[in-house]
Design a protein around this ligand. Structure first.
Ligand code: SDX
Length: 390
């Protein structure tokens, strides 16, 4: 079973592609990047090491990791003319709208990395995208609140650099909290890849036509934005705030079960996991750790989330349908505790998932047997008929 594609007739799904990157066994609640269980990587690794693993297939030696980190540091600035794009947006533009546009626009700048037939250009484009996403995301936030743009500082690691660009101020020194930086690094690891989810499939579909890497990743960002996918972490926090306190949980559970009500428990259920999403457990633990570190042990949202999980997991409706908390259920609580605004949650997800998207993009182009994806349909429209005489 392990290593074979789990086929679930319930979804009538068939393999859309071959991939050696991420393995998920939804029934057993297993997630592994290149064979390494996500729990071990989240505990022992760092995001850039995981990025190398996903992109190249093996954990890097110290020298390989140093070279990779140097390449990322070399490419983590945005072209000043790309920065000027931000001024064209309304201040209240959603960060994902900005990121779709800015990442797509990189196609207009990096012409020397767009020949997908050239392995070196492919790798350069992949590294540029991984390197620039933190500044692209951070700039979409600072611009929205009128705070001066921050540039990467290479004395920080990847997660720390992202946080100093998000929160640094020109009129005072930025002090990086190591506990929160570690939590951010872990969030990035947990969200880096997840086999053929909607946004990754979007990237592969675009890639299969030969579209340039920047356009492919922009398509992935657009797909991730959906509330049933990457946008769920934002919806979870809104839901928990709406519920407000544990006594309102039974009403929310009743609404989630009511077929006549479109309300769903955001952060619950998953196309693949019919068991606990292994990422949810790690993020729940990280959220507890950061909340305690910040003296927020009694965070009301965490209290509602923990109680909601307990009640739902004892409810026949959720048990029958094998609905468990997924990666999004606790991530919003953790990000919110770290001072990240709700509308930036999916942007953080996009920064992390860019590594998975470029890894799968590279894999597709490195596989000469890969042709254009051209799914067929089950036609259920009118039979062939003649145009009426009028
Ligand atoms: C991500 O694919 C990936 O890998 C995605 C992701 C990644 O890393 O890329 O893991 C990230 O997108 C996680 C999922 C985040 N989305 C949410 O949390 C939104 C809430 N969840 C649901 O919308 C839903 O669970 C899905 C879309 C995520 C999965 O849908 P399923 O498992 O295929 O379930 P379904 O839509 O076929 O429904 C099966 C039944 C239905 O009831 P019945 O018609 O059988 O009576 O379960 C019910 C659904 O109504 N159901 C829910 C529910 N999810 C499913 N009921 C209430 N609340 C929910 N959250």
């Amino acid at each position: 079973r392990h290593g074979l594609l789990a086929y679930d007739p319930g979804y009538r799904s068939t393999a859309s592609c071959k991939s050696a990157i991420t393995f998920v066994d939804g029934d057993a609640g297993i997630l592994a990047y290149r064979g390494y269980p996500i729990e071990q990587l989240a505990e022992k690794s760092r995001f850039l090491e995981v990025a190398y693993l996903l992109m190249f297939g093996e954990l890097p030696s110290a020298a390989e990791e140093a070279t990779f980190r140097e390449a990322v540091c070399q490419h983590n600035l945005l072209h000043e003319q790309v920065i000027s794009f931000y001024r064209g947006f309304r201040r209240d533009a959603h960060p994902m709208a900005v990121m779709v546009a800015v990442v797509g626009a990189l196609s207009a700048f990096y012409h020397d990395d767009m020949d997908i037939r050239d392995p070196e250009q492919r790798l350069n484009a992949a590294i540029r995208l991984v390197a620039k996403m933190p500044m692209i995301a951070a700039a979409s936030y600072t611009y929205s609140i009128g705070r001066p743009l921050r540039y990467p500082r290479n004395e920080y690691d990847y997660a720390g650099n992202f946080m100093q660009m998000l929160f640094g101020m020109p009129n005072k020194d930025f002090v990086l909290d190591p506990v929160q930086a570690r939590a951010m690094d872990r969030i990035l690891i947990l969200h880096a890849d997840h086999e053929q989810n909607a946004s990754t499939s979007t990237v592969r579909m675009a890639a299969s036509s030969g579209a340039n890497p920047f356009a492919c990743i922009a398509a992935g960002i657009a797909s991730l934005w959906g509330p049933a996918h990457g946008g769920a972490n934002e919806e979870v926090v809104k839901m928990l705030i709406d519920i407000g306190s544990p006594e309102n949980i039974p009403k929310a559970i009743a609404r989630a079960k009511d077929k006549g009500d479109s309300f769903r428990l955001m952060g619950f259920g998953h196309r693949l996991y019919k068991n606990f999403d292994p990422r949810a457990r790690v993020i729940q633990e990280s959220a507890r750790e950061v909340l305690a570190h910040l003296g927020l042990e009694n965070d009301p949202l965490m209290a509602v989330a923990l109680e909601l999980e307990q009640i739902a997991l004892r409810d026949e409706y959720f048990i029958e349908r094998k609905l468990y908390p997924n990666v999004d259920f606790y991530s919003g609580i953790l990000l919110r505790a770290m001072g990240i605004p709700t509308k930036m949650f999916t942007a953080v997800f996009a920064v992390a998932r860019t590594v998975g998207w470029v890894s799968q993009w590279l894999e597709l182009h490195n596989d000469p047997t890969h042709g254009i994806d051209r799914p067929r349909q089950l036609y259920v429209g009118p039979r062939l008929r003649d145009y009426p005489h009028r």
